[in-house]
Design a protein. Structure first.
Length: 169
């Protein structure tokens, strides 16, 4: 079910254990599916925060390839996903918590409100080391456990785009 940020406290009140997954999910592929299935295997209600077009556009020129409406619909249609919502970055990039770099500031700016309203028990994520200290601070402040899924042996969306680009040369 697609919900808004203001519905997150209702999810928290209804559900015993809440897992939060996040991502862009541009050019949805097998590793995306495994990530979400593994998040659900933590046991509980899986809420997935999908990055909006503006946030996803920070990945590079021409991104996202698939619109936010289509990306959230794809993720929401998966049987392992209970709730989805769009998240974005505000222009001012203000955060409640301390940041070591701009990537952390951007990430916290987008997700602090989600953490505050949802109060997840688990943040399930793929291991981006640049964000580690921000995740640790958010975990301590908002009281959730961080569970990491290492990058799979499959290919990332960026690598898929590169392969397509190279094959057209």
């Amino acid at each position: 079910m697609i919900i808004g940020i203001n519905d997150l406290n209702i999810v928290r009140e209804r559900e015993e254990k809440v897992i939060l997954g996040t991502g862009t999910f541009d050019l949805f592929h097998y590793d995306h599916l495994r990530y979400l299935q593994m998040a659900k295997e933590c046991g509980g209600t899986l809420v997935v925060a999908v990055k909006d077009n503006k946030f996803a556009g920070r990945k590079g020129k021409g991104r996202p390839i698939i619109s936010e409406e289509q990306r959230i619909a794809i993720v929401d249609a998966l049987k392992c996903v209970d709730y989805t919502l769009l998240v974005g970055v505000e222009d001012n990039l203000e955060t409640m918590l301390e940041c070591d770099n701009d990537k952390q500031r951007e990430w916290l700016n987008a997700f602090e409100k989600v953490f505050d309203k949802l109060r997840p028990d688990i943040l399930f994520f793929e291991g981006n080391p640049v964000l580690q200290s921000a995740r640790d601070r958010a975990s301590q402040y908002f009281g959730f456990k961080c569970v990491s899924k290492p990058r799979g042996e499959t290919i990332s969306t960026t690598e898929i785009i590169q392969k397509i680009s190279e094959s057209n040369k």
